[in-house]
Design a protein around this ligand. Structure first.
Ligand SMILES: C[S@@+](CC[C@H](N)C(=O)[O-])C[C@H]1O[C@@H](n2cnc3c(N)ncnc32)[C@H](O)[C@@H]1O
Length: 188
């Protein structure tokens, strides 16, 4: 059976190496941040965003427990302000949209008006051979609309520069799916 989470890691591992720069645009409980920190090693850097203090604290505790905290810059701010914190190129970016698992506060879900600017920022900062992965939860109204708007934007990208694809369980349309954007390497 297709395991979407393993598939996500499979793609990121092909683009993110020791010494790389990665961004977790939605840190939540820090599972993705932890994975990215392990991947970039001691010489790399991970930036992680969330607007909820609970998420920040949960991720800080997770990274401290796994001795990874020195590899990460935790940012308590909206990913739509990413340009204030990140100036260089990104080898891998991850958006895991929706609300903080276990928080009960579904009002603090990601929203189109802030997600779209952050997605545009991340695409424009991808390095050659960089990857952006966006997991969408279409089982609720905002998640469905958010996924459709992101897909429309990504579909408009120049295919000579980016390769955009989507992974979805076709016979379960409300299940989560993800899109990846890979920036092609320039031919010399
Ligand atoms: C599905 S959770 C992320 C799960 C996380 N990646 C993990 O591994 O546990 C989505 C997170 O996005 C956060 N979020 C919502 N709006 C945001 C924004 N504008 N900027 C940054 N994070 C945001 C929520 O607070 C929530 O913690």
């Amino acid at each position: 059976m297709v395991d979407l989470l393993n598939l996500q890691k499979f793609f990121i591992e092909r683009h993110l190496r020791e010494g790389g720069i990665a961004v977790d645009f939605t840190m939540g409980n820090g599972h993705d941040t932890e994975f990215l920190c392990k991947r970039v090693g001691d010489s790399g850097r991970v930036y992680a965003f969330d607007i909820q203090k609970n998420a920040y604290l949960a991720t800080e505790a997770r990274l401290t427990e796994h001795n990874l905290i020195d590899r990460c810059t935790l940012i308590l701010d909206s990913h739509s302000n990413a340009e204030r914190y990140i100036t260089g190129e990104i080898n891998a970016g991850v958006f895991n949209l929706g609300w903080l698992p276990g928080s009960g506060n579904k009002a603090l879900t990601t929203k189109r008006e802030t997600t779209l600017p952050a997605v545009r920022f991340s695409v424009s900062h991808l390095s050659q051979d960089g990857i952006l992965l966006i997991a969408v939860y279409p089982g609720h109204e905002e998640g469905k609309a958010e996924g459709e708007e992101i897909a429309a934007y990504l579909s408009s990208l120049d295919r000579r520069v980016y390769c955009v694809s989507r992974f979805q369980i076709l016979n379960s349309p409300t299940s989560p799916y993800f899109m990846i954007t890979e920036k092609k390497e320039e031919l010399s």
